[in-house]
Design a protein around this ligand. Structure first.
Ligand code: PRX
Length: 651
């Protein structure tokens, strides 16, 4: 832990304006403190009250938390609800004609769907799934572009109690196959093609490839949404067009009332082994987290135009596109394209045209837009904005200041939200009407979230001393298990050295003297590339499977836009390649990783050597590789290194 001695230089603070405070859902430090003490004094009563207030229960729960089998906690587990009912039906009486989704396509075409319309489309599609014999508890893979239909597919699964697993459209057929096999899914919902930045990407073809490689054992049907009309191969007994599936289906679909603990979805994320983890969330607790965080952190009002730019393939797109905004009855934007097409003003143009009030994006997008057009936001009318959000990785203070002054015109608080696939919703974030902001800090835990920083024995560290970020008590939106691997869930997140009690987030962090949380990065072999979580082992095992490769080690290196970049050290089976050979093989290996995992996992840099730096017992010395990748002088102890000459070659 001695490595973690961060120096905290940031002394600037930014208070919310009086105008913001006056309208805020939570508007004073006293209210925040009162909520925190309520949670401290009566933890279960605190969550019980919120769960009753926010969720429509078909059958009210009588038990708040079952802790009898830690760490497999159950929340509200004798209650029954339906998540899709909470997101749609509830709004039909009060505001059926309110726009739920404004969809802006890559080419700028706009489509809208009201709550009434979305409800009907979800019911029809849910009836369509039922007609294909999809039942409660069945697994459905969704491999879709950003679209209203992707949300309909997710909501339809929730409506009939099927468990969805959304696979990000950038994943390869191999990665898709891995997820099909791990979930034993019965149906895949996809599109013919997707369009991003003017480029057409085939989705159906990737599904066909995955199924041809062995994913066809469990999959009975492939439902295809026609996005572009591009040519696709058709398997008559298996493939069915979305339009045909919903034709003549009833506008009414009785929701399946499920137990609060019924799995809502599985979402795969990277960990420190080569195999991604299927993080499983439960219905009731997850929905509660999504709603409460919309209210507290996004300060949501019914007049807001909410825009979270995340893809539904990641957790942010689940919680703050597919579920949170709909459960709150919001109007939200869904954007198909990329921030830089047709030019770097696209985001600002969308904010201007749709009068977005809450804008939530990732630091990597902010950094790339600063680079491409630092003054561009000034050419648009961004006066509708009242709140900005950041997620996915630490935001550096320069990017924060630009976001605050140039995009938010020094008027909009920024909520830097720390959370994870596993936590389901925001865990540590400023309350925009309360917390004085410090650029780069995610501020304080939400009321009811017992986050702390501890040493390797589980003891609280003193402020200013870095340590492991943990959450000391179970909370409703926490993942319930890793699909099919309960032991891994227990071992990874509730390790014995911390007493088996604390949820170990996998990040290191530090509290400053004012008690603000600062996230310092992962403690495991997980990289954060453009806000995407990537396991170094995942990339290593893919590289090692290439016919030319004997061995590979992957580390991260600082990148001014992506946050982190992937650097691979590779030993080939033959001799170490030189010049042109090395260039050719580099291209080959990058394409290989792209094909095996997805383009976002491509190494930025590949270095070849005759060997990797290893200890006498054969363990690769990653800290040396990290230093080499970063171009740092090696000042560390290399006495345990078996082959010290290798360092020169790898430089
Ligand atoms: O390292 C932290 C980083 O992203 C990790 C979680 O990644 P994922 O499960 O893909 O979810 C991303 C979206 C919630 C964390 O362990 N991270 C996320 N948000 C922040 C962050 N690091 C610093 N500041 C944040 N606001």
């Amino acid at each position: 832990m001695s490595k973690m001695q961060p120096v905290l230089h940031e002394t600037r603070t930014f208070k919310p304006s009086e105008a913001f405070v006056n309208q805020a859902n939570l508007s004073s430090a006293d209210i925040y403190r009162a909520l925190c003490s309520e949670a401290a004094e009566d933890y279960l009563g605190f969550w019980q009250k919120l769960a009753r207030k926010y969720i429509y229960w078909w059958k009210p729960f009588t038990r708040v938390l079952d802790e009898s089998n830690p760490p497999f906690f159950k929340w509200f587990d004798d209650g029954e609800l339906n998540v899709s009912f909470n997101c749609l039906d509830r709004h039909l009486i009060s505001h059926p004609d309110k726009v739920a989704i404004i969809f802006e396509a890559d080419d700028g075409k706009i489509t809208q769907s009201t709550y009434q319309d979305l409800y009907v489309r979800v019911c029809q599609f849910a009836n369509g799934l039922r007609s294909l014999n999809v039942k409660k508890g069945d697994l459905v893979i969704i491999y879709m572009p950003m679209s209203i239909e992707a949300v309909i597919a997710m909501q339809a699964c929730a409506r009939i109690g099927a468990i969805h697993s959304v696979v990000f459209g950038g994943f390869s057929s191999k990665s898709l196959l891995e997820r099909i096999i791990d979930t034993n899914a019965v149906i895949i919902i996809t599109a013919d093609e997707q369009i991003r930045g003017g480029r057409v990407v085939p989705l159906k073809r990737v599904v066909d490839e995955a199924l041809a490689m062995g994913g066809d054992e469990s999959i009975k049907f492939v439902v295809v949404y026609q996005r572009t009309g591009g040519a696709v191969q058709w398997h008559i007994s298996r493939d069915i067009w979305w339009g045909d599936l919903i034709a003549e289906k009833s506008n009414f679909c009785e929701p399946e009332w499920v137990n609060a603990e019924h799995p809502l979805f599985i979402l795969y994320t990277s960990g420190s082994t080569g195999k991604p983890k299927g993080v499983q969330h439960a219905s009731g607790g997850y929905l509660l987290g999504a709603m409460v965080s919309m209210q507290w952190i996004f300060d949501y009002k019914s007049t807001d135009i909410f825009w979270c730019t995340a893809d539904v393939g990641w957790i942010t797109g689940h919680t703050y596109v597919a579920y949170g905004p709909l459960a709150m009855g919001a109007t939200q934007i869904i954007f198909e394209g990329i921030p830089t097409y047709p030019n770097a003003g696209r985001f600002w143009n969308i904010i201007q045209n749709h009068k977005v009030t809450i804008f939530y994006t990732a630091p990597t997008a902010i950094r790339s837009l600063i680079k491409l057009g630092p003054d561009l936001p000034n050419q648009y009318d961004l006066s509708s904005l009242r709140l900005l959000g950041s997620v996915g990785e630490p935001i550096n203070s320069e990017a924060w200041m630009w976001y605050y002054t140039t995009v938010g015109q020094s008027r909009c608080p920024i909520v830097d939200t720390w959370w994870q696939t596993e936590t389901g919703c925001h865990m540590i974030a400023p309350l925009p009407g309360v917390t004085p902001l410090k650029p780069g800090s995610c501020a304080f835990p939400l009321p009811g979230i017992m986050a702390a920083i501890v040493d390797e024995m589980g003891q609280d560290t003193v402020n200013g001393q870095g340590g492991l970020l943990v959450i000391k008590r179970p909370f409703p939106s926490l993942a319930r298990t890793i699909w099919g691997d309960a032991e891994r869930f227990k071992g990874t997140y509730f390790p014995k050295n911390l007493g088996g009690q604390y949820y170990l987030a996998g990040d290191s962090a530090v509290l400053d003297l004012d008690g603000y949380f600062w996230i310092m990065g992962r403690i495991d072999d997980v990289l954060n590339v453009s806000g995407h979580r990537l396991g170094t082992m995942e990339i290593e095992s893919v590289l090692a499977a290439h016919p030319l490769v004997s061995e590979a080690a992957v580390v991260g290196k600082y990148h001014d836009i992506k946050g982190e970049a992937v650097v691979a050290f590779v030993v080939l089976k033959g001799v170490c390649p030189q010049a042109e050979d090395a260039q050719r093989i580099t291209v080959d290996l990058r394409n290989w990783v792209s094909k095996e995992i997805g383009p976002f996992a491509k190494p930025d840099e590949i270095r070849f050597g005759d060997n990797l730096p290893k200890t006498r017992s054969g363990k690769v010395m990653r800290r040396l590789l990290r230093a080499l990748a970063r171009g740092e002088e090696i000042t560390q102890d290399i006495s345990t290194l078996e082959n010290s000459l290798i360092l020169e070659q790898l430089k």
